[in-house]
Design a protein around this ligand. Structure first.
Ligand code: 0GY
Length: 308
């Protein structure tokens, strides 16, 4: 093992895609990649003992090089579960971004007010509550409620990550959160089920009945069963995800965000080309107006309200 790489990545894990294509879709000026991560590097920022996977390193400099290559102006760096509640790699990325990145942290109830304040000053604006069982151990709801109440005072929001089948059980908890609530990856719909079936309808109802709920329309590569293949010679990857994402964008144009999810944790079958992911955007946000809201206006309102 390379002595500079003290962690051995999870077997089967695919490395992120080096040399992504230049997107054909030109994102609007000021576009925000509102869901991405940094991993380590492990030698500088060790991975958490309680992690469920060990990633390959993906540094902040590599993230910011990707940002520039894809034509984005800013990032929202989301704490990944492999770093547990040690937010130092994410916070380090914010501090070294020249004001071009905000963050979403993972905290425990033991976090102190000065620690929260320091994170705020670095650019953290939210906490993430993760309910995906393969990624995290269970945290009691009273602990999460206590955290939500405390971070609400800082003007932060809560990001939630869950699987569609778990929404009914989590509904009461989610709908009483006191902040803006941002759902990762549309609540991970099963795109083999009908778009007007009960499962996705429940998610649409969740957003319709609760005006504080936003959604990231990200991760087609995770949700797609069809995959990235071009069909009929046309570049139309992940097309089975399009109707789901498009419905959310068109129904709630002022409450949607988009992100690359670079460096794409936990992918074992297929690693997306991030340039191709950007070319997916005009399939789900089909007009310049929707694209500007999705990529600029909405993330700026949430993460840089003083500059929106
Ligand atoms: C994502 C998705 C995943 C992982 C994490 O923090 C994480 O480890 O979020 C996943 O495995 O689905 O949003 O990055």
């Amino acid at each position: 093992m390379d002595p500079k790489t003290p962690f051995q990545k999870t077997p089967g894990w695919l490395d992120w895609y080096a040399g992504p294509a230049k997107p054909r879709f030109k994102v609007p000026a000021g576009a925000v990649d509102a869901h991405c991560h940094v991993f380590g590097p492990g030698a500088e920022y060790p991975y958490a003992p309680e992690r469920k996977y060990t990633p390959c390193d993906a540094s902040r400099d590599q993230l910011y090089a990707l940002r520039d290559h894809l034509g984005f102006a800013r990032n929202v760096v989301v704490q990944a579960t492999c770093h547990g509640a040690d937010n130092s790699a994410m916070v380090g990325a914010l501090i070294h971004s020249g004001g071009k990145a905000r963050g979403v942290a993972t905290v425990k109830r033991s976090v102190t007010d000065p620690e929260l304040q320091a994170m705020h000053e670095a650019g953290v604006r939210g906490v993430r509550f993760n309910f995906v069982k393969r990624l995290v151990d269970f945290t009691p709801k009273d602990e999460l409620n206590e955290i939500a109440t405390r971070i609400a005072e800082l003007g932060w929001h809560v990001v939630i990550y869950f699987e569609a089948v778990d929404l009914p059980e989590l509904w009461d908890f989610f709908t009483t959160l006191p902040t803006t609530v941002v759902v990762d990856h549309m609540g991970r719909p099963d795109v083999t089920k009908p778009i007007d079936g009960p499962e996705f309808e429940l998610f649409v109802k969740f957003m319709r009945e609760h005006s504080n709920v936003w959604s990231k329309v990200s991760c087609p590569e995770r949700l797609s069963v069809q995959g990235p293949q071009a069909l009929n010679g046309e570049q139309n990857a992940y097309r089975d995800v399009v109707p789901f994402a498009r419905r959310i964008v068109e129904t709630f144009p002022d409450r949607v965000l988009w992100g690359t999810d670079w460096p794409h944790p936990n992918l074992k079958d297929h690693m997306p080309d991030d340039g191709l992911l950007v070319d997916f955007i005009p399939h789900i946000a089909t007009t310049p107006d929707l694209q500007r809201k999705l990529l600029v206006d909405n993330p700026m309102r949430l993460y840089w309200p003083d500059q929106a």
